[in-house]
Write a protein that binds this ligand. Structure first.
Ligand code: SF4
Ligand code: SF4
Length: 100
């Protein structure tokens, strides 16, 4: 096996990079919500509108309407960071198959 290993040349520019798959369309066209196993659900009675969930969401899937935060389930991947960071525990992660 070791005899088949080729020395890898350090790339000096983009022309040295190997061919690979790249998305060619806007990321907004790839709805990633279908990857989710757990869904964040906001309890608006507990929410104090601190916007920490909006700040921490790595997918930018939480939006501020001017009155409240809302989750865009087309792009939320269900990572749970928003629920972890919410200071008043207003976000529950529920199984995707359940209603809520
Ligand atoms: S679960 Fe993750 S991706 Fe979904 S809204 Fe919360 S922080 Fe964003
Ligand atoms: S982090 Fe919690 S309290 Fe703050 S805006 Fe989000 S849901 Fe509301």
């Amino acid at each position: 096996m070791a005899g088949n290993v080729k020395a890898v040349k350090e790339p000096r520019g983009w022309k040295d990079l190997p061919l690979a798959a790249l998305p060619y369309r806007l990321s907004i066209e790839y709805k990633t919500g279908g990857w989710r196993a757990l869904r964040p659900v906001i309890d608006y009675k507990k929410c104090v509108r601190c916007l920490l969930c909006w700040l921490y969401c790595p997918e930018m899937a939480i939006h501020w309407t001017g009155e409240k935060v809302v989750i865009d389930y087309d792009f939320c991947k269900g990572c749970g960071i928003c629920a972890h960071e919410c200071p008043v525990k207003a976000i529950a992660m529920v199984p995707e198959s359940s209603e809520g």
